[in-house]
Design a protein around this ligand. Structure first.
Ligand SMILES: [Zn+2]
Ligand SMILES: [Zn+2]
Length: 152
């Protein structure tokens, strides 16, 4: 089987920021879509602005985003199965001996991700110049740059 790549549009808020979630502390933060997808400065790893731990950027997608991706992938599979079985049924029905009827599988609804505008503060990193939005609350005394991990 050949590999299938899905591309997703991550929803962004009114300022063009996309929500990410730390795989360690599960806190959410936002990064500018333009900076995150900047080809000149490709991003491989992200730092959690709150706990400062780092991981591959793929681990920072929110649970909602992952669920949406699974739904899109599942619908793709259903399409494939429907078309494969549809063809098979046609071929079988050409012969006089076998009859096959096929009822296509129904596709599930893909959730719509909506970006909420919450109260966050925008931080700009002095080292790399990129920005992030963090939900600033009393529990965190430090904020780290999501790109280079420095203490902001
Ligand atoms: Zn964290
Ligand atoms: Zn930085």
């Amino acid at each position: 089987m050949s590999e299938v790549t899905f591309t997703f549009e991550l929803p962004s808020d009114s300022d063009g920021y996309v929500t990410f979630e730390c795989p360690f502390c599960e806190a959410e933060f936002k990064l500018s879509a333009a900076e995150y997808q900047d080809d000149e400065k490709p991003v491989d790893e992200l730092f959690c602005p709150y706990c400062g731990l780092t991981h591959n950027k793929d681990h920072f997608y929110t649970k909602e985003t992952i669920a949406m991706a699974q739904e899109v992938a599942q619908n793709y599979m259903i399409d494939q199965i429907n078309s494969a079985f549809g063809k098979m049924a046609k071929n079988i029905n050409k012969s006089k001996f076998l009859k096959m009827s096929f009822k296509p599988l129904k596709k599930g609804n893909v959730r719509e991700l909506k970006e909420r505008d919450t109260t966050e503060e925008i931080f700009k990193c002095k080292v790399c110049g990129r920005t992030e939005k963090v939900i600033y609350c009393a529990g965190f005394s430090k904020v780290f740059c999501a790109y280079c991990g420095v203490d902001l």
